[in-house]
Write a protein that binds this ligand. Sequence first.
Ligand code: UDX
Length: 447
Amino acid sequence: MNITIFGSGYVGLVQAAIFADVGHRVICMDVDADRVERLRDAEVPFFEPGLSALIQSGMDNQLLSFTTDTKAAVQASDYLFICVGTPSKSDGSADLTYVMQVASSIARYMTSRKVVVTKSTVPVGTTDQVLAHIKQALHDQGRDIPIETASNPEFLKEGSAVKDCQSPDRIVIGTRSPKVLEEMRRMYRAFNRNHEKIMPMDPPSAEMTKYASNAMLATKISFMNEMANIAEAVGADIEDVRRGMGADPRIGYQFIYPGCGYGGSCFPKDVRALKFLAGQFGHRAEILTAVHDTNQRQKNKLAERVMARFGSDLSQRTIAVWGLSFKPNTDDMREAPSRYVLEGIWSYGGKVRAYDPQAMAACREIYGERGDLVLTEHKEEALEGADALVICTEWKAFWSPDFEQVKSALKQPVIFDGRNLYNPAHMEELGIEYYGIGRGLSLDAAA
Ligand code: UDX
């Protein structure tokens, strides 16, 4: 099949590459000429395991190409996927500017039947809105061309995006057209093996499935962070509690890791957008409000602990930070807990020495050159002369450091661990002052 993908971000690029990998002819369109140029050399603008190789092989097989030419992109394919960004507006609602721009371009350039598929995470009702917008534009131009739509949300996770897309848990297809459903079944044939994964539904239900899934996962995390804070107050160890809870198959082990809060491009944005959407329909989404607020508090926790330990004047202090990305295996710092740590320490006059296996360039881009930030080449170098170590991301490289080296590099052996990587008893044996999340020894009371 011929498929055009609008938007070469995470969702668009991965989807384009895996569609080309199974034999579809895919054009990926982006307005950013520089990005398109680099993609033609298989240069992926972010770190995602396996993606560059897949893009290269798609181009080698002449099944995948990149363009900035909107007209050609619209006219080349019957199926047009909208995978552009839907950033948060200041009121929390999703900004649909880019989505509607693509819809306008489609209406302007289409000369034959098109099926427009929304894959970006969009508020409930957007797919119908896109359809109405295109129909109206065609009507205004006096053109009568068949147009259909589907909502086909993407559930990939950064860091395992290629694998997630190649072996999806479910393929949600929200359309009112039986023909589109049949065609999309064919399109996804290679990914719908072993058991039936296709879930047909109407577009609003498909759109809501995506929001509700992310909101549920974010709720699990905020719930666990609340449990961790209670555990700390009452003298329980949340890591034992977590294992005890997870053994119940109704709860399960996944997404119940307490920590320094969730970040990334999806959870924070989607929780806010769903809350806003509910509000527009007169529903006060109190659980979502609590999930969001709990997360904001959790993200501030590490910096607050540093202050509780060292006092609010950090002008003579340097803090080492391990991990800047919002989670391992990505270079993405959007809404990352590390940003709250860095900015918190700076706001009290402290200096930071930071290391991340992938996100150094992203960090430089966000904060630029500044006297109170040193980005080091190795995790060990970040520790040199620092007063304490803060861990924000659970990269594999941080799980088993040489603790004697950590102790000798730091001015005093203090670790604030936002991901509960280490065993508190082991830390005590080593003489390291250790603060995990929800594991007793709370500094919050002193804060
Ligand atoms: C998420 C959804 O998982 C994915 O299905 C959706 O398509 C996009 O949003 P992603 O943002 O890539 O994916 O990351 P994810 O692995 O879900 O982690 C999100 C955040 O939650 C990270 O900051 C992570 O550290 C945090 N997290 C996750 C926890 O704090 N505890 C957990 O138990 C799990």
